[in-house]
Design a protein around this ligand. Structure first.
Ligand code: ADP
Ligand code: MG
Length: 309
């Protein structure tokens, strides 16, 4: 009869997952004092921006917080993963940015996760980058829409989101600029691969430009290592290097490469509902918990922080 030794990588993974499940499942996360608006950005494509956005958002919503995802990538991958309709006729973030509609007119409830809503992106958004160029206040349109949405909900006695995540396209064009102007925090997913840090300096330079010209409060608050492969030395090296450069920003939890994570979107789901006990879902739950705890701790530090946006 073969036995599984406790020190095999598989046994260690199973034990680590069990610890995370026990520590985190069903635990309510602290509510931030004011709505936290995070832009999930990295101008590289395929690094896990959308996956991180939808799964962290779902984890926070499952832990009882009110969450809104704003999809500003014309590909609409976040809308797909959240099971949100986004064919060409659906009112979308395009109508908000270009036609001046309100966010309330386009926001849809996520079918699988209570407290999670999404402003979808449709293919129309592909033209917005160009249409915005000639518009008045072209950099602040998303910010104004969010501010108006929060004010409108407050006035109507409706709950305002605790978290707003903006899922960016892989470019630094006007859509991403709108996201940077609308947010307080930048959340950067970094793929644990060679070249991970390349291009990061360009991103940081752009954030600095936005900070000095358009949004003085913007800062990189959070970095998450994604697609970590524990079997390769490269993943560990990249992770060490990122942690060394950004000790305060990198979350302790990292997200492993996981088939379940990559399968979930084809079922119109996040991994948090598709396979909540998988390593990938538990890692995102852990990352979300850390993000929430850090927000609460920061508020305790800065009692003077503005309570309403
Ligand atoms: P981005 O939004 O930065 O372009 P995505 O989140 O769409 O990146 O991820 C790119 C691809 O990698 C997608 O097919 C996604 O399903 C897959 N992926 C993301 N994170 C993981 C992971 N931890 N394990 C396995 N596949 C992943
Ligand atoms: Mg994406």
């Amino acid at each position: 009869m073969p036995t599984i030794a406790n020190d095999t990588p598989l046994a260690q993974q199973v034990a680590a997952d069990a610890r995370k499940r026990i520590a985190l499942t069903g635990r309510p996360f602290p509510k931030p004092a004011a709505t936290r608006v995070l832009t999930v950005a990295n101008q590289k494509g395929g690094v896990g921006k959308t996956t991180t956005t939808v799964n962290v958002a779902a984890a926070l919503a499952q832990a009882g917080l009110d969450v809104l995802v704003i999809d500003i990538d014309p590909q609409g991958n976040a809308s797909t993963a959240l099971g949100i309709e986004h064919h060409a006729e659906v009112p979308s973030i395009y109508d908000v940015l270009v036609e001046g509609e309100t966010l309330a007119e386009v926001v849809q409830q996520c079918p699988d996760v209570p407290h999670l809503a999404c402003a979808p992106a449709t293919i129309d958004l592909a033209g917005a980058e160009i249409e915005l160029v000639s518009m008045v206040a072209r950099e602040t349109r998303l910010q104004k829409a969010i501010t108006a949405y929060l004010a409108q909900r407050r006035a109507a006695g409706q709950p305002v989101p605790d978290y707003i995540f903006i899922d960016c396209p892989p470019s630094l064009g006007l859509l991403t600029v709108n996201a940077f102007v609308a947010a307080d925090e930048v959340f950067i997913p970094i793929q644990c691969e060679y070249y991970a840090l390349e291009g990061l300096s360009q991103l940081l330079k752009n954030i600095e430009l936005i900070r000095s010209h358009l949004n003085p409060g913007l800062h990189v608050s959070t970095i998450l290592l994604t697609m970590f492969d524990g079997r390769t030395r490269l993943s560990a090296q990249v992770a060490d290097e990122v942690r060394e450069h950004f000790p305060a920003q990198v979350l302790r939890s990292s997200v492993p490469r996981s088939v379940r994570i990559s399968e979930a979107p084809s079922h119109g789901q996040t991994v948090m509902t598709y396979d909540p006990n998988s390593s990938g879902a538990l890692s995102y739950l852990e990352a979300a918990s850390e993000l929430a705890d850090r927000g609460a701790a920061r508020h305790d530090d800065e009692k003077t922080r503005e309570v309403t946006r």
